[in-house]
Structure formats: C-alpha cells, structure tokens
Write a protein that binds this ligand. Structure first.
Ligand SMILES: *Cc1c(COP(=O)(O)O)cnc(C)c1O
Length: 365
C-alpha cells in the first residue's frame, strides 16, 4: 500500500527524461551543439537586465512583443505571409504548448491519437489531462499510409490528432499532402497539431504545414526554440493557429505562465535569428554524412529531415548503448526494439561516435 493517495497511473510511471551522466560526447537529446555566439549573449544580458528592473510586477501575460517577433520569424522561415501575432501562442517549451492543447480539447471521455513510433511525451499529456490515449501505427518503414491513418482516426474518433513532422525518433517527414488529407477529413471533429520541433532541419522542397493554416482553422503548427534555434535552456515553445483556437489555449494557461526573463531571452534570441540558426546548414550536411556513414557500416538508417538519425537493427541495442557510454558517448535508447537514435553533434563529436561504434562492431563480430 502506498503511503500517499496517488493516482495509480502516476504511481506506476517514471518521470520522463533521458539519462544524462556527465560524459564528454552527449548526443542523446537532439540539442544544437553550438552555444549562442557572443553577440547574442550580449543582447540577452541587455534585455534581461532591462526586464530585471521591473521584476516586482507580473510579466505581460499576453506577451505581445514576443508574439509579433515569433510571427515575423515564422513568415521569414516558411514564406507563409499571412501569419499574424494573434495567431501565435507560446509557453515554456512546446511540451507546455501541447499540454495546453490537450487541456482545452482533450479531457475525460475524449481521445487523442498519434502514429507510433513517435514522441513519447504525447502519451503523458494524455495521462495528465485524463484523455484516452489511442495511438495508431506507422508502416514498417516509418512512413504514413493515408488511407490506414484515416481509417484509424475514424475508429477512435479523437478530438486531438498529434502529427510530428519531422517525426521523432525516426526523423521522417510526413508529406504535406498527407497532412492536408487528414485535416480535410477531420474538419469540425478534431484539432490537428503538426509538431514541427525539427522543421528548420528539413530538406529544401519540403514545405512547412504552416502553409495549410489558412485553409484549416482546426489545424495548428507547433514549433520550439529548443532544437535548431539553439536555445533549449530558455524553454520557449510556440504554436501558430487560428485566433479562436489560440483563445482557448489562453483560457487554460496558468496566470502569467511566461516569465519576463523568458520573454526577454526569447526576444533577444529572435533579434539574432540568423546567428542562432547559423549552424543549421552545417548540421544538415553532417546529418546526411552521418546517415551515409552508418549505411556504409551496414546499418539500416531511417531517412531523417531532423538533427538526429535512427539506425538499426541491433540484436541487443541496450548492450551497444551501454558500450558507447563506457567509451564516453551517450546516445538515446528510444524507438522500436533494435534501433538507436543519435543526435548530430559537432564534427569531432560525430566522429567520436562513429569511431566508438566501429570499435564495438568489431568486438561483436
Ligand atoms: C524536442 C521536442 C519537442 C520540444 O520540446 P520543448 O518543450 O520545446 O523543449 C517537441 N516535440 C518533439 C517531437 C521533440 O522531439
């Protein structure tokens, strides 16, 4: 008998989080390996200093300046011109943004769906909002079959559909036509959130789902400053969608949820979007070289449009993960059995990983 009257589904679960021992090569949580450049650090300090003078007051609860800056950034990044500040929501990481979506649109007697393997936090948002978790499945090659996907949606009648593109942990992009087909099919019945946490890493010619917003008021696109934007420590995620949808997220948020320090930091980083995203082109190329190197070693590799690569198949993936850790390289044991995920690091980190893995393979043979 537990000493506290905890909910059984909470008692049974472990807190989310990758192990993070202090090893030299950390390729386990898809961070951008490059810290903010000195010019950005100076701007952050200046903005935060100014905000500090007003810390006796609550922050701007509607974060008007930040909404404008995020709308401008999305227009520049995606080429979608009609994004307005009133179409933007933000919170402490896109995880909190999506929790707001579940708080507003999920709940008891309602279901949320996503297609597995996908981001493991989705199931936790469901648990934490008392929403039924009814996942569908991707194909064996991690692609999405539209007819099967729509069949699943019809069976479970979700109020929320979460689509990660590029997906995590596979890195595979969901084609925009598939997203459009799901949006058409669910109009008036569900809210569809396209989780574009890794969007800035996608290949040219693969448009953001932002361009579908004007056609589908029940569609929203979630983004984050944690990955390509090199600001995981700032905790700023955001979402673009119809102003009515944004209004419901505003209703469920906690008072003053976005601190003045967070707003100041995010604004400074957005002032220097070009510098913050400076490493992205290089990371994209390195991702493709990493995927090619793994394939040349005989591994199966999922096609990634993100800053990580999922590779397999390993008879004992935990053993490989453990041996890499012993060599000072941490990657992520996640996704289907037999596969491991490695983030794209600096050139020397990526080489260190490949060298360690090659050594382990020799030992296995
Ligand atoms: C990393 C990640 C996020 C971003 O989380 P934050 O809370 O913004 O740091 C969202 N979705 C997916 C699929 C991710 O991998």
């Amino acid at each position: 008998m537990a000493r506290l009257p905890v909910r059984p589904e909470v008692a049974a679960a472990a807190p989310y989080g990758a192990p993070h021992p202090p090893v030299p090569v950390r390729l386990n949580v898809n961070e951008n390996p490059y810290p903010p450049p000195p010019a950005v650090i100076e701007s952050i300090v200046a903005r935060v200093r100014a905000a500090a003078g007003g810390l006796n007051r609550y922050p701007d609860r509607d974060f008007a300046e930040l909404r404008s800056a995020l709308a401008d950034y999305l227009i520049r990044e995606s080429g979608v011109a009609e994004i307005k500040p009133e179409m933007i929501w933000a919170a402490n990481g896109s995880n909190e943004v999506m929790l707001h979506v579940l708080q507003a649109f999920g709940g008891p007697g309602r279901a949320v769906t996503a297609f597995e393997p996908t981001y493991s936090m989705y199931r936790e948002y469901a648990r934490d909002t008392f929403t039924a978790w009814k996942p569908g499945k991707l194909e064996a090659d991690f692609s999405f079959d539209v007819a099967r996907g729509i069949g699943h949606i019809d069976r479970v009648a979700p109020k929320v559909v979460l689509l990660a593109s590029p997906n995590n942990p596979t890195g595979v992009v969901l084609p925009i036509d598939a997203i459009d087909a799901i949006a058409r099919h669910t109009a008036g019945r569900a809210v569809v959130v396209v989780d574009e946490a890794y969007a800035e890493f996608r290949r040219p010619g693969r448009p953001s789902a932002l361009r579908l917003l004007s056609a589908h008021p029940h569609l929203a696109v979630s983004r984050t400053m944690s990955k390509a934007f090199a600001a995981a420590g700032a905790r700023l995620g955001y979402l673009a969608g119809d102003p009515e949808l944004i209004g419901y997220l505003r209703t469920v948020r906690l008072p003053y949820h976005l601190s003045a320090i967070t707003q100041a930091t995010a604004l400074a980083a957005l002032d220097h979007a070009g510098l913050m995203l400076g490493g992205v082109a290089e990371l994209r190329e390195r991702r493709d070289r990493l995927a090619a190197a793994l394939a040349a070693m005989g591994f199966e590799v999922a096609e990634s449009d993100a800053n990580f690569v999922l590779f397999g198949r390993l008879a004992d993936r935990h053993d490989v993960w453990r041996k890499l850790l012993d060599l000072g390289v941490i990657i992520r044991e996640v996704g289907p059995e037999g596969w491991l995920r490695v983030s794209v690091g600096t050139e020397s980190e990526t080489l260190a990983f490949l060298r360690a893995l090659a050594g382990i393979r020799k030992e296995l043979e």
